[in-house]
Design a protein around this ligand. Sequence first.
Ligand SMILES: Cc1ncc(COP(=O)(O)O)c(C=O)c1O
Length: 419
Amino acid sequence: MRVPLLDLSEQYRLLAAPIRREFDEILHTQSFILGPKVEEFERLLAEYCGARHAVGVSSGTDALLAILMALGIGPGDAVITTAYTFFATAGCIARVGATPIFVDIDRVTCNISPAAISDFLERRCERNAQKDLVDRNGRVVRAIVPVHLFGLCADMDPINEIAGRHQLAVIEDAAQAIGAEYLTKQNGARRAGTMSKAACFSFYPSKNLGAAGDAGMIVCDDETLANRFRIFRQHGMEERYFHQVIGGNFRLDAIQAAILKVKLPYLDEWSAARRSAADFYQEEFTRRGLTNVMALPAEPHRQPGLTNHHIYHQYVIRVPQRDALQRHLAQREIGSAIYYPLGLHQQKCFEHLGYKDGDLPETERAACETLALPMFPELTREMQSYVVEAIADFVGNSKAESSLRAPVSEPISNARLKG
Ligand SMILES: Cc1ncc(COP(=O)(O)O)c(C=O)c1O
């Protein structure tokens, strides 16, 4: 049996007719960029997230870039984030001329650790004569960018509390987490993107809500800020050809907005199907006694009142012999992927920041152990059983081999940890 990591064909088959109708209409009207289709999708997405405003942009990367630009973050500034994320998170910070400051992740969730943020601010920063919070290199710390990795919200309550205490802006990188929920102490259940000053979303085709190309969105509650984002997405102009600031071409295409609008009503159903597949993996791995040799994704937000406590954009396990397992799965025609093989602090392009191996031990450990397994709404139980079977064989074989050659390595963590 062949089990791909992701298969979007069924989703397209289901929605081909309404998508084609939207395309025909756009071709007929010849209104390709921004315009009514984009405005309609912005309205629907803001409503879905529970935000006041949504601004359609060309990608998740451009969403984050536009937010940083509009907040005036630039040279001499520093932004705290995680090194265990897709490159864009830190790439955007560097592209506006600011410095990414990487802090470690939480071992269980792989999201940024509030304790590590606090530790950095308390021990490595101080207020200067202008009352700015500066790090040891004199850079002004301006913001925190938590990432809701793999579809699980970062621990936003302590992050917002720390940010409030130090007067820092929080910008959510919600690229992987559309619809994911978190139970805040003050405001009850909130969806990703509505727990900070502004947030970015990506509609890259493989996302839970995917376009037919690149597309993204900024959401926020503040109207003045939303208007600023609109100005930045159009080369800094409000009135045509009069440029108040230097922005970029971050506009969203009507075709992408239209396809996303067709898909949006199905999003919660698709995320529920992913969750159900995650439950099945959990049951099967447990039944086969595999949870003492691998760690399953944590679900710290699973609690009454939260439906989308995880949207399983990716289903990521942790195993000590990750690379060998990936090769074994490939031999059985099972797709898998490594998100991410290297911490961003270890990337060549960030060498000048001076991080060393060992600086972020949890990030580095995750980069060696994580493996994403097949996950999409239409994944069948038969396919999943085949994946579990293949992993059970691998574990059985490696136990037999290692008992001949070397002691079996320590299990890394016990079962799915719940907070
Ligand atoms: C965490 C994170 N941030 C930002 C982005 C950038 O989004 P895009 O690919 O739409 O530019 C991605 C995309 O995969 C992502 O996963």
